[in-house]
Design a protein around this ligand. Sequence first.
Ligand SMILES: NC(=O)c1ccc[n+]([C@@H]2O[C@H](COP(=O)([O-])OP(=O)(O)OC[C@H]3O[C@@H](n4cnc5c(N)ncnc54)[C@H](OP(=O)(O)O)[C@@H]3O)[C@@H](O)[C@H]2O)c1
Ligand SMILES: *[C@@H]1O[C@H](CO)[C@@H](O)[C@H](O)[C@H]1NC(C)=O
Ligand SMILES: *[C@@H]1O[C@H](CO)[C@@H](O)[C@H](O)[C@H]1NC(C)=O
Ligand SMILES: *[C@@H]1O[C@H](CO)[C@@H](O)[C@H](O)[C@H]1NC(C)=O
Length: 332
Amino acid sequence: MTWLWWIFIVSIITLILYISNIYYWSGTRCPSFDRMDGKTVIITGSNSGVGKYTAIELAKRGAHIILACRDRKRTEEALKEICKLSGSNNVEIEIVDLASLKSIEECAKRLCGRLSKLDVLINNAGVMMASEKSVDGYEIHFAVNHLGHFLLTNLLLDLMKKAPSARIINVSSVNHAFLNITINWDDINFTKPYWKINAYSHSKLANILFTNELARRLQDTNITANSLHPGVVRTEVIRNILGHYQIILNTILLLITPLWCCFTKSPEQGAQTSIYLASDRRLNHVTGKYFKECKEYSSSKTSLDQQAAKRLWKLSEEMTHLDDALKYVRNN
Ligand SMILES: NC(=O)c1ccc[n+]([C@@H]2O[C@H](COP(=O)([O-])OP(=O)(O)OC[C@H]3O[C@@H](n4cnc5c(N)ncnc54)[C@H](OP(=O)(O)O)[C@@H]3O)[C@@H](O)[C@H]2O)c1
Ligand SMILES: *[C@@H]1O[C@H](CO)[C@@H](O)[C@H](O)[C@H]1NC(C)=O
Ligand SMILES: *[C@@H]1O[C@H](CO)[C@@H](O)[C@H](O)[C@H]1NC(C)=O
Ligand SMILES: *[C@@H]1O[C@H](CO)[C@@H](O)[C@H](O)[C@H]1NC(C)=O
């Protein structure tokens, strides 16, 4: 009789996991269905994961979507899928490598030359646990997740000011508070030995500090800036975690697929807070806030430090040569 007991116990556990997934782990869905007709939306890193599903849903709602990604071939494949799943053809590609300041300037110049306005910018692209340096010699997480978006955002502000109202959305992470991390002022290039997870968290803290400083700077405009945590999502973001030993992690994940799926979100579920921040009409005047599960939360104390935010802004201006970049883009 014991095997019957085993079947019974396993069934009960499966049922509990399944229900907990539906009611908890899969997260909240965007509560509104506001349309986006006539709005232009740029989403970085939208050829995969959270960004791709954000693009699909916003295209469904009528937005003109620009996929700002680095790899043409992968992005063309994603474009086909996005058009098919959304039923919209109003989707296009703009190539940008956020690890290269030059590439960002050129992309911004092309966009400013051909768009008449920009309504929503979603800074979604991100690297996690990578080990190379950026094209400009900076630590890769800080370069892509923070500096690249800092530069892109600042170069696109002129376009956003031409829209009746505009939104900047930064995909950050709960990791911004990992081990109470602070900005690595004394070694911003990470020349001393470091943990990659620290460098990732550091860049995500920078995202929030920046969103907040940006929101303060945009007070007198109709542009808002908010940041968010998407949840724990099954995407390719973990593709580098173990470096040479990545195969081990992939194998383990494959073996525990049902459990892994239970405690994480699908990319479509992970996109909900981005969709909410991009589209919900009630958020027209909400700025400088941090969201998860389509709700406002307070981010860590460190990420609210205004002094640090100002200092990081100045440092980022220098590291991205912002003044020269602005001249280059405006001089059409
Ligand atoms: N997944 C999670 O559990 C989780 C949790 C918290 C926060 N987040 C954040 O959510 C965001 C989206 O991540 P995801 O989970 O959807 O991961 P993903 O599937 O790996 O997507 C990341 C995207 O960023 C792009 N990207 C990376 N480096 C780039 C560069 N130098 N220039 C331009 N694009 C670049 C990637 O392009 P390629 O395909 O060309 O590499 C890809 O499209 C990230 O900011 C991540 O930090 C994710
Ligand atoms: C960081 O690295 C870049 C590129 O190598 C260099 O130009 C810059 O001076 C470095 N910054 C600091 C503070 O060491
Ligand atoms: C985190 O750091 C801040 C300042 O660096 C400090 O005030 C705070 O007490 C620390 N919190 C924890 C939990 O260590
Ligand atoms: C912001 O929008 C309001 C109405 O929506 C408009 O009256 C105002 O001029 C706008 N402000 C700026 C700085 O564009």
